[in-house]
Design a protein. Structure first.
Ligand code: IPM
Ligand code: MG
Length: 356
């Protein structure tokens, strides 16, 4: 039975990277039934809904969803895939493929994964007027004895760290590290928080993850504050195996870490743990280069590789990754972000040639 995939390019460069990615997989003869419904920016330009009910239903009936990028119009799609499906973990591999244009002099051997909590923290944004919060919590005082009313007019944002959220992430992270260890990786989990300041919320996060680590023999763990972790990523990138952190820290650190291995054009991700898995690049819709045919589709192609792995199509996933690695090593058909002159399609054609 062919796996059923829904491909949603979304907005901006999303459709361009999506199209070449499904073309590679179709032409390579992978056993997938890829559905490409009208949605997002293209639907909106045609006077239609960006995310109609039929497309939602298609997603619900699929085995997995590939998503390109949201640039506002497809925001609803992201909300549906991430929060309504409750995909609580975002896996963001940071792996150097020789030939990619890293911001480091020596990026050889960088190969780690960021596990980003994907369902709570500061997302999907709980904000409002400070006056409202001050009235709701008249007794609430900070460490210095200041009440909310003392700030006058303004806005607030609520960051939620729940016990359930930490527990499920901790279990996932430990299993993930041990699985990687079987493939020869060190078996280390780096927990990243700001528990020195956020002693209650990030205290819970840190303790919850560490407690789970202690239950797992053969797993080492360490903890860094997020500011220190940001520095270490640049200074000691080869010291990381798997890093686990809360939602917005993960958002920020993943973009930073992508620069170690060639930039956002190469950073894929998988969102798992919920009702329907979905796979998307770390980057956004890049409206400045949309429609020019020059966007680097690597992040989307490698996201498809993660999907294939997840669906148990390891051979196909490996073939895709190997082909990408060869094109980078060869260096003749790279996109402008990598210092090359190739178009999105030329790059994709080169990848396909290495599979066939
Ligand atoms: C990401 C993006 C999103 C996020 C935006 C588009 C809402 O930056 O997937 O990293 O902040 O999570
Ligand atoms: Mg981001």
């Amino acid at each position: 039975m062919k796996k059923k995939i829904v491909a949603l390019g979304g907005d901006g460069v999303g459709p361009e990277i999506m199209e070449v990615t499904w073309e590679i997989m179709e032409k390579a003869g992978f056993a997938l039934d890829i559905i490409k419904p009208l949605h997002g920016e293209a639907a909106w330009k045609a006077g239609k809904e960006a995310f109609p009910e039929e497309v939602k239903n298609l997603c619900q009936q699929s085995d997995a969803i590939l998503f390109g990028a949201q640039g506002g119009i497809s925001r609803e799609i992201l909300y549906f895939l991430r929060w309504q499906q409750d995909n609580f973990v975002n896996i963001r591999p940071i792996k150097y493929y020789p030939g990619a244009k890293s911001s480091l002099q020596d990026p050889q051997g960088i190969d780690f994964v960021i596990l980003r909590e994907n369902s709570e923290g500061l997302y999907p944004a709980r904000e409002g007027d400070l006056n409202f919060l001050a009235q709701a919590l008249p007794q609430f005082k900070d460490r210095m004895g200041k009440s909310l009313a003392d700030y006058g007019h303004g806005k607030f944002a609520i960051r939620v760290i729940s016990e359930r959220g930490v527990e499920r992430l901790a279990k996932f992270a430990c299993a993930f590290v041990l699985e990687r260890k079987k493939q020869g990786y060190p078996g280390k989990l780096t927990v990243v928080t700001k528990s020195n300041v956020l002693s209650q919320s990030d205290g819970l996060f840190q303790k919850g993850i560490e407690a789970e680590c202690q239950k797992n023999v053969g797993l080492r763990h360490e903890h860094f504050y997020v500011d220190d972790a940001a520095r270490r990523l640049i200074r000691f990138p080869r010291d990381f195996d798997v890093l686990v952190t809360s939602n917005m820290f993960g958002d920020i650190l993943a973009d930073e870490a992508a620069e170690l291995v060639g930039g956002l054009g190469l950073a894929p991700s998988a969102c798992l743990g919920g009702k329907k898995p979905y796979f998307e690049p770390v980057h956004g819709s890049a409206p400045d280069i949309a429609g020019k045919g020059i966007v680097n589709p690597t992040a989307m192609i490698l996201s498809a590789k993660m999907m294939l792995d997840h669906l148990g199509m390891k051979r196909e996933g490996e073939a895709l990754e190997k082909a990408v690695a060869i094109v980078y090593r060869d260096g003749k058909t790279l996109t402008p972000d990598q210092g090359g002159k190739a178009s999105t399609r030329e790059f994709a054609r080169a990848v396909l040639k290495e599979i066939q």
